[in-house]
Design a protein around this ligand. Structure first.
Ligand SMILES: *[C@@H]1O[C@H](CO)[C@@H](O)[C@H](O)[C@H]1NC(C)=O
Length: 388
């Protein structure tokens, strides 16, 4: 695999990224945005709140705040982001709702407020039903790790919002949510935690800077970092239910297909048209992550640790697009610039010269590596059955 500049850093950030002004609503009175998902009928577990750490696949509005710290304009705060559901850009890297939104709706909880944005508006009082710490562009490994690849005078990645930093934000919020160990235990025992997805940004940043062999060698450290964060939530914070998503088949993502095009047809999986060697990194990440979670379950029998499959449902949609109501050119972006797969590294969704597909509900990929609301709805249905 040759070295290639995958994307300018700010675009990488865009690859992964959210807002809901939704005030906390009692579980029983969520009326306006409830969707019906398979599995909803047999709800067995109840949760009082959702706390979420992650990257752009889970970010409901923190990204633009973090961008602001670095004097960067967030590319997702403009049309057509949010056009399918919210009717305005919310900071989500999507045309509508993310998996976490569908899950919150199905569980009768308010959409999870983005911590950085809601804190600035309402203080910390608004997080008793949960908080979302996910930031588009976030990595599992600390940002400092990636500075080894900084070009002279620049930064391969400027954000300071890794998994470890998000854990610190959670810790600071927790102090304001509950004062005594008993009070905290009551609150957090009935909370649903999400740790991830993490990993895609680590690998994409590394892919832009180094060989695929080197990228693959990061997998154990990335997975250990995720497992360690889950264990800290259980041991230090009393989390009782933690959902840990794997990574998507990154080798199917249109920017990756366009940037790392392989002249050898054998480089592609004939079933999917995705890049084999890059998907192998994702498969290895997901396998090691599941091993790590099994170890955590053995050490902490009282906790429920759920692996959430992000890879399988995306492969399902790539291999059988018609079954999901998707167009045949399933690996083409809905929103992007001129070029193969509708991907152009200089013209991003929302830029002048970019175009948007007529019907995002007939598409799997929204912009870059992100999926459409239609795709997230399907992914959410699978995860819901694992947590209820
Ligand atoms: C990153 O953010 C954390 C938490 O807000 C802070 O403790 C740390 O000093 C920051 N690191 C850098 C390099 O700015």
């Amino acid at each position: 695999m040759r070295r290639k500049q995958l994307l300018p850093p700010w675009l990488l950030v865009v690859l992964f990224l959210s807002w809901s002004s939704a005030a906390p609503v009692p579980a029983s009175s969520t009326t306006t945005t409830t969707t019906t998902l398979p599995g909803q009928m047999r709800r067995r577990r109840y949760y009082d709140s959702i706390f979420s750490l992650g990257d752009s696949y889970a970010d409901t509005g923190n990204g633009p705040v973090v961008f602001g710290w670095h004097a960067l304009a967030s590319p997702v705060m403009r049309p057509p982001y949010g056009s399918t559901f919210f009717g305005r850009p919310t900071g989500r890297n999507c045309d509508g709702r993310l998996v976490i939104d569908f899950l919150a709706e199905s569980l009768g909880l308010p959409l999870v407020p983005p911590f950085l944005q809601a804190q600035a508006r309402h203080g910390t009082g608004s997080f008793r039903r949960g908080a979302n710490f996910a930031v588009g562009g976030a990595t599992a490994l600390d940002a400092s790790f990636f500075h080894r690849w900084d070009p002279p005078g620049g930064s391969v990645f400027p954000l300071n919002a890794s998994l470890g930093v998000q854990l610190q934000w959670f810790q600071s919020l927790k102090r304001s949510l509950c004062a005594t160990p008993k009070g905290c235990d009551r609150l957090l025992r009935r909370s649903l935690f999400f740790v991830g997805a993490f990993g895609a940004n680590d690998y994409l940043l590394a892919m832009a800077a180094t060989s695929l062999e080197q990228v693959g060698s990061l997998v154990p450290a990335v997975v250990r970092t995720i497992s360690a964060a889950v264990e800290r939530l259980i041991v230090e914070h009393g989390a009782a239910t933690v959902v840990v998503p794997g990574v998507i088949p990154v080798g199917c993502a249109p920017p990756v297909l366009a940037t790392f095009a392989d002249p050898d047809p054998a480089g592609y999986d004939p079933r999917t048209g995705c890049l084999r060697s890059i998907n192998e990194v994702a498969t290895r990440h997901n396998a090691l992550l599941q091993d790590g979670l099994r170890e955590l379950r053995a050490r902490h029998a009282a906790a429920t640790v759920v692996y959430a499959d992000f890879f399988g449902p995306v492969i399902d949609m790539v291999t059988s697009p018609a079954k999901f109501g998707f167009d045949e050119d399933v690996l083409t972006l809905c929103c992007g610039g001129p070029g193969r797969f509708n991907y152009n590294r200089h013209v991003f969704c929302g830029d002048p010269g970019a175009s948007e597909c007529k019907d995002p509900s007939a598409r799997l990929f929204w912009d870059g590596v992100h999926l459409t609301e239609a795709a997230y709805r399907y992914v959410a249905a699978g995860w819901l059955s694992a947590i209820t």
